[in-house]
Design a protein around this ligand. Structure first.
Ligand code: MTE
Ligand code: MOS
Length: 757
């Protein structure tokens, strides 16, 4: 077959197959779907942060004329748990509630308004228990126990403690000419996806059930629903509906939402829809873990890092959900993209009586990145070394060892991202201009920030069993290609990228290939669509399937006396022959990640099979009168290996920059005694188009990863990871102040940061 026929597909800007439906309003999100006889669910939730449930009376709920049924914990047919990583979180609380908003009972009604209003009629008597809301107090031995089961007698609320021990930090600090220490804090970040959480459970024939919903991980939902209903996995079919953004927020939460809808549907034998309104979504769904990071770094006079000692604590909320994964990924990122001989890192995730936190773009790493990049700047300042230069001198290169002693053998582009970002930003010249501006200005200050990051793509050594993916591929009788994969489109452009990969691999035109909606019954468990693994893992599965299908196509062509080079143009004819001669036109592709390992005790090992890198540079202007920060200019350079679609990749970077800017400057959820006080977008401010730098330059240095599809690694999360610290460091530079906490809202800038004026 002519391998070059479709050359140029990789990297090209092609129209997104899902774009027209979305802009025309024809894409069907979960709330656009209805099934005959469908009921609407509402959740009766805890109004207190920690209590024993003494009495639950649903009589007035049931009396509502439009309410069809109610459901409580004792009616759960399978196990009353939300299965994520552990099985401790009840689907419906039966004895104890541990956070405000925890589900206690369910109801289904003929319409949504009735469902929601009836939910308010439940009578619940509580015996309130002592509660704890911040992770440091929760770690004290006499704190009330939140965690189920209590972790240890000494630290009942310590969900996870993980560590890395490399070299000898005492020796490393002894070799240092300067040592800087800092403490950094970040708060919640809400995903603010366009579409709130939602699912529809539809009982099917023969004792099966189907779930339609907005989600990242159909196979997680399948496992959770099977567990709560007590069904075999094969009787649970999960179909992902068009998904209006996820950003990690639809990794674990859909397992809860779908389980609740499924419980009702199973009881009444009718389809049941559960869709959250925005307030319910913000109050009860996962968020980025609030963090406290203590960081000590040592470097020699020439800037060479000698040692780091890091101790960080994440507030996990009342249940573990994904906290162990979030913590582990934070741990793996905490050293930054630098060569450091002596490393000691401790991370803890802690239970409190607050809403469970989960995955959010960057997956536990933005919090530690804020710290490691702030530390780099402070070392540079103390040593009188330029900030870009100190990063350049310490950047990991091929042959170096990471903090976990992983020897990097290939595809390490961080140095190139630093140098290219510096070049595109005209770093030195710009620094001089900023200084000149500041010298001449009274009420405004400008600043430059730089931030470099490393990110392990895929699930890595903590959960290697999840790094797999399948692809089902079929040659239709007209020569078009149907594909089913198990990773999802959530706005990031995966469908487009995978279609491009298939097009290039098969030498079939892009518009002759169609990816079916993700349906768990069509493909084997392909792991979750998280950790920026979609393009790489499903791409590899597609390549595997394509190789097999091409083999069969070649054989058929030979029989038909069609020369190799004519296969692409005569594929229709060959497909017809497949059909006429009863040849098998379908193949399965499979991919699994390269081996990884990680030692629990030392924290050392080959944590991930490959890493992506980025460097961002931001220029801000601070209004000293109002405290407002505006981002004026931005340069983002990424190494994600081969870029499959430059336009979409740039879109990922631009979106990630905005989301990081929001994290650094404005996004804030206040919490009082376990109650979240920020319930909607009037008080939860997210960036708009007006907050984004008018001039944003995006570039890619493509350090190819030979084991990835056409050399691709992962990109999706990395932009957010790099951008927030470029912004916060630019503010620190502008003010000449220590910036130790987010968000840098006008209030904080005005009241807590000294200005250089
Ligand atoms: N981009 C859009 N538009 N919407 C999203 O929900 N999620 C991010 C990122 N980019 C997201 C997004 C997150 S958290 C991840 S893990 C990756 O996309 C997942 O997609 P990928 O594996 O295809 O990169
Ligand atoms: Mo992304 S936080 O890995 O879903």
């Amino acid at each position: 077959m002519n391998e070059r026929a479709n050359d140029g597909m990789i990297g090209a800007a092609v129209p997104r197959p899902d774009a027209l439906d979305k802009v025309r309003g024809e894409a069907r999100f979960v709330d656009d779907l209805a099934f005959p006889g469908m009921l609407h669910a509402a959740v009766i939730r805890s109004t207190v942060p920690h209590a024993k449930i003494c009495k639950l009376d649903l009589t007035s709920v049931s009396k509502h004329p439009r309410v069809t049924c109610t459901l409580t914990a004792n009616e759960v047919p399978g196990e009353n748990v939300v299965h994520v990583i552990y099985d401790y979180q009840p689907a419906l609380a039966d004895e104890i509630v541990r956070y405000v908003g925890e589900p206690i009972a369910l109801l289904a009604a003929e319409d949504r308004a009735s469902a929601r209003s009836a939910a308010a009629h439940a009578t619940i008597d509580y015996e309130e228990l002592p509660a704890v809301f911040d992770p440091l107090s929760a770690l004290s031995p006499d704190a009330p126990t939140v965690a189920v089961p209590a972790a240890t007698e000494k630290a009942p609320n310590l969900f996870n403690a993980m560590r890395i021990r490399k070299g000898n930090v005492a020796q490393g600090f002894a070799q240092a000419d300067v040592i800087v220490e800092g403490e950094y804090r970040t708060g919640y970040q809400e995903h603010a996806y366009l579409e709130t959480q939602g699912a529809i459970a539809v009982p099917e024939l023969n004792g099966a059930i189907a779930i339609y919903g907005t989600m990242q991980c159909p196979f997680y939902v399948q496992a959770a629903v099977a567990k709560v209903l007590g069904l075999p996995l094969s009787k649970v079919r999960v179909i992902q509906t068009a998904t209006g953004g996820a950003f990690g927020g639809k990794e674990d939460v859909p397992s809860l939402v779908s389980s609740l809808a499924a419980l009702l549907a199973w009881k009444v034998r009718r389809p049941v829809k559960l869709v959250f309104d925005r307030e319910e979504d913000i109050l009860t769904s996962s968020k980025r873990h609030p963090s406290i990071v203590r960081y000590k770094s040592g470097a020699k006079a020439d800037g060479t890092l000698t040692a780091i000692e890091v101790d960080f604590v994440y507030n996990a909320g009342s249940y573990q959900t994904l906290s162990s994964a979030v913590l582990w990924r934070g741990l793996m990122t905490a050293a930054g993209p630098y060569r450091i001989p002596h490393v000691k890192i401790d991370g803890r995730s802690v239970a409190t009586n607050t809403v469970p936190c989960g995955a959010f773009r960057g997956f536990g790493s933005p919090q530690v990145i804020f710290a490691h990049e702030s530390q780099m700047d402070r070392l540079a300042e103390r040593l009188g070394i330029d900030r870009l230069e100190i990063r350049r001198r310490n950047a990991l290169q091929i042959g170096d060892e990471t903090a976990t002693k992983q020897r990097l053998g290939e595809s390490v582009g961080v140095l190139q991202t630093i140098e290219e970002a510096g070049r595109l930003a005209h770093w030195e010249e710009r620094l001089r201009k900023v200084e000149a501006f500041n010298a001449a200005s009274r009420d405004r200050r400008r600043g430059l920030g730089i931030s470099s990051v490393i990110y392990g793509v895929g699930l890595g050594g903590k959960a290697p069993f999840l790094d797999k993916a399948g692809a089902y591929m079929k040659l239709e009788a007209d020569g078009s290609i149907g594909i089913a994969v198990g990773t999802v489109e959530m706005g990031q452009g995966l469908t487009t990228a995978l279609t491009q990969i298939a097009s290039e691999a098969l030498s079939v035109p892009f518009d002759r290939i169609h990816l079916a909606p993700v349906d768990s019954s069509r493909v084997p468990d392909s792991g979750p669509t998280v950790a920026s693994r979609g393009t790489m893992m499903s791409g590899l599965a597609i390549l595997d399937a394509a190789a097999k299908l091409k083999e069969r196509i070649r054989a058929a062509a030979k029989d038909l006396h069609i020369p190799e080079e004519e296969i692409p143009s005569r594929l229709q004819e060959i497909a017809q022959a497949f059909w006429m001669r009863n040849l098998d036109p379908a193949v399965e592709g499979w991919a699994k990640g390269a081996p990884v390992d990680w030692d629990e005790e030392t924290g050392l090992g080959n944590a991930y099979f490959v890493y992506s890198y980025a460097t961002h540079i931001a220029q801000v202007e601070v209004d000293l009168t109002t405290g407002e920060v505006s981002v004026e200019d931005f340069v983002a350079v990424h190494d994600s290996g081969r870029i499959v679609n430059h336009q979409l990749a740039s879109g990922q970077v631009e979106g990630g920059i905005a989301q990081g800017l929001g994290f650094a400057l404005m996004e804030e959820i206040s919490q009082k005694d376990g109650h979240l006080m920020t319930t909607g977008f009037t008080t939860y401010r997210i960036p708009t188009i007006r907050d984004i730098a008018a001039d944003t330059k995006v570039a890619f240095v493509e350090a190819l990863y030979p084991a990835g599809p056409f050399g691709a690694k992962g990109l999706g999360e990395v932009p957010l990871m790099a951008s927030h610290t470029a912004v916060s460091r630019a503010v620190a530079h502008a003010l000449g102040a220590a910036v130790n906490a987010y968000p840098l809202s006008p209030e904080r800038v005005k009241t807590t940061l000294p200005s250089r004026a």
